[in-house]
Design a protein around this ligand. Sequence first.
Ligand SMILES: Nc1nc2c(ncn2[C@@H]2O[C@H](COP(=O)(O)OP(=O)(O)OP(=O)(O)O)[C@@H](O)[C@H]2O)c(=O)[nH]1
Ligand SMILES: [Mg+2]
Ligand SMILES: [Zn+2]
Length: 298
Amino acid sequence: MTVEGIVVRGHGKSFVVRSKGKEISCEIRGKLKYSTDSITPVAVGDDVVISENPEGTGMIEEVKERRSMFFRPAKGSDVKRQVIAANIDQLAVVSSVREPELKPGLIDRFLIASEIGGLKPVVVINKIDLGRIPLVDELLAGYSDIDIPVYITSAVTGEGLESFEKTLNGHRTILAGHSGVGKSTILNRLLPDIDLKVKEVSHATKRGVHTTSLVELFELRHGGFVVDSPGLKVLALWEVEKENVSEYFPEIFRLIDGCRFTGCSHTHEPDCAVKEAVDKGMIPEFRYKSYVTIYNSL
Ligand SMILES: Nc1nc2c(ncn2[C@@H]2O[C@H](COP(=O)(O)OP(=O)(O)OP(=O)(O)O)[C@@H](O)[C@H]2O)c(=O)[nH]1
Ligand SMILES: [Mg+2]
Ligand SMILES: [Zn+2]
C-alpha cells in the first residue's frame, strides 16, 4: 500500500515524511538516486509517495515534480545541484546587524539564488536591539527601490516580528542566511510549539557558531509552512556567467543601454552609465560593490 506525504526533515539518506498527521521515517528507493541532475534526489518540501513497512517505517518510491527549489551547486560540481528545499515560494534571507556582522554581499548572493530558483525574496535584518547602524538604512532604501521587502527585527525584544509573521502565513518560506544570525531563534519565538536548538555567539570571535544541522519544515497553523536551514558562510551561484550578472541587479540592468560600449562590464570602462549612476547616488554603493565582487569572482 502506498500513501502520499511531504518530506519534513532529512539527514543523509534518511528522511522523515509527514502523511495524514503522522511522521514516518523513510529511506529512498535506490532507483531514485540516479535519476536526477542533483545529488539530492529527495529534499525537504518534496511531495512524495511512500510505501509503508510492517515495522512502521517507509520507503520513498516516487518524488513528485518540483515546482520550485532553493539550491546551490553541489560541492566540486558544475553539473549537479544540492537542493536545500523544494516546493517553497519564498526565501527569507536572514542577516543580523552585528554578531555576525551585516554582509550585504552575502544577502545579494541569496537574492540571486532566489531568482534562479523561482522564489520571491524577502530580507530580514535581525538583532536590531544591538543598535541601528547606518548600513541598515542603506539596505532598507536600496532593496525597497527594487521592490524587495525588508523586515527589521529583534528576536529578543520581538520588534518587527509581527509584520514578518504576516508574510509567512499561507506561504511556504525557507529561512536562510549566515550562521548565528537568529533564524532558529525567530522561529522559536513565532512558533511556540517548537523548540529549536540555538547557540550563543562565540564572544571570542563574535561570529556565529553552527547550531542547526538539518533542514526542517514546520507547518503553520493557518496554512503554509516554514523551513529552518543550517547557516551558510558562502553561497556559490548556479550557472551565472560574467555576462549575465547584471541581469540579477535590476537597478543596474535598466541602465546598461546608456553605456558607451556594448558588453560594458561596468567595472572600468569610460562613459559607463552604471558607474555614473553610482557616483550620483542613484545606485547604492553596497549593491554596486556586490555586483563587482560577483563579476570578478566568475
Ligand atoms: N541580541 C540578539 N541576539 C539574538 C537575536 N536573535 C538571535 N540571537 C542570538 O543569536 C545566537 C544565534 O541564534 P540562532 O537562532 O542559533 O542562529 P541561527 O541563524 O539559527 O544559526 P545557525 O543555526 O547556525 O544557522 C543565539 O545566541 C541567539 O540567542 C536578536 O534579535 N538579538
Ligand atoms: Mg539555526
Ligand atoms: Zn557600463
